[in-house]
Design a protein around this ligand. Structure first.
Ligand code: DOR
Ligand code: ZN
Length: 351
């Protein structure tokens, strides 16, 4: 059977290495969408106020566990939000106790709730040195925030101006470049074998900047880093389907209510938790690369984080277009599910 003729695929249960769950009523509404298919997820700490300390991470993890549907085995992997006041000892203790899997670096002002992020990278050097020593990964939102840098160039400039110098200074630090959107980032990861990996979102494998801007503005496709030109999307697909161990799924599924998306200054984020596995199967199928899907969603991530893959499996089956909820109701308003712009033929069964 050629790859194009595959109609059923059983793979290890996937993990999501970059996820926004929020808190309160929103958490309760969106968590089942991820827990339905995924075994684990790296949980982003950009709440208001952010999850900075080990104690805050424990409390947030407890709220996530309490919001899980009955019988779910989903496991949240917590992150700490890096600030210029973060205590290296607190980070190390949280890692040793299994409370925090990684630390998240937001350059101040880069995206949603990033005001407490890092302005002066020298101020966080002691934390980064400690993390390198204990083997704790740093998840990086890789965009500069300077107003004079064009928004479409902010990732490439970040690599040159921030990431390269930082990785030279703390060379033993394990770094995940999150939600990469450019050929530049793909090339940088490919050229650097040691301690570096990248996550790729579902939506950046599907949309380019025309989807956001051509023929009328589409706020539901607006996220950060913003989708780039088609050549960059193609580079991301090539990286994802390559099986290269340094690339794995981090959906960056980021719920905002429709009123908060559809306004003069709308929020950044695509909500893909609901249909991510069907979308990815479609992308890998179109690329003739279905046998590599498991590497991307279920094997490469755990390997980088030093964890075992999930024991459970899921089966993807190709057939008539699948139906899925297009809006998640929350007490704050509906959250629109990502529309890939094409039919999804792959249904998902958890075995
Ligand atoms: O589009 C995004 N939304 N990018 C981010 O980095 C943050 C996220 C959010 O929290 O809404
Ligand atoms: Zn994110």
């Amino acid at each position: 059977m050629t790859d194009k003729n595959i109609t059923s695929l059983t793979i290890r249960q996937p993990d999501d290495w970059h996820l926004h769950l929020r808190d309160g009523a929103m958490l309760k509404a969106v968590l089942p969408e991820t827990a339905r298919h995924f075994g684990r997820a790296i949980i982003m700490p950009n709440l208001v106020p952010p999850v900075v300390t080990a104690q805050q991470a424990v409390a947030y993890r407890d709220r996530i566990m309490a919001a899980l549907p009955a019988g779910s085995d989903f496991q949240p992997l917590m992150t700490l939000y890096l600030t210029e006041g973060t205590d290296p000892a607190d980070v190390a203790a949280a890692h040793a106790a299994g409370i925090a899997t990684a630390v998240k670096l937001y350059p101040a002002g880069a995206t949603t709730n990033s005001a407490s992020g890092v302005r002066d990278f020298e101020k966080v050097r002691p934390v980064l040195d400690k993390m390198a020593e204990i083997g704790m990964p740093l998840c990086v939102h890789g965009e500069v925030t300077n107003s004079d840098i064009d928004i479409f160039d902010r990732e490439a400039v970040f690599i040159d101006k921030v990431l390269k110098p930082l990785r030279k200074k703390v060379s033993d630090l394990k770094v995940v470049m999150e939600h990469v959107t450019t050929q530049d980032a793909v090339d940088y990861v490919r050229d650097n074998r040691k301690n570096l990996a990248a996550t790729i979102t579902t939506h950046h494998l599907i949309i380019n900047r025309n989807h956001i801007l051509a023929g009328g503005i589409k706020p539901h496709y607006y996220c950060l880093p913003v989708a780039k030109r088609e050549i960059h999307r193609v580079a991301l697909v090539q990286a994802a389907v390559s099986g290269d161990k340094r690339f794995f799924l981090g959906t960056d599924s980021a719920p905002h209510t429709d009123p908060n998306k559809l306004m003069a200054c709308g929020c950044a984020g695509c909500f893909t938790a609901t249909n991510t596995m069907s979308c990815l199967a479609e992308v890998f199928d179109a690329a003739g690369a279905l046998p590599k899907l498991e590497d991307f969603t279920s094997l490469n991530g755990p390997q980088f984080y030093g964890l075992a893959p999930n024991d459970d499996t899921i089966t993807l089956t190709k057939g008539a277009p699948v139906t899925y909820t297009t809006k998640i109701d929350t007490p704050d308003g509906p959250v629109t599910v990502f529309d890939p712009g094409f039919d999804l033929h792959w249904s998902v069964t958890v075995n």
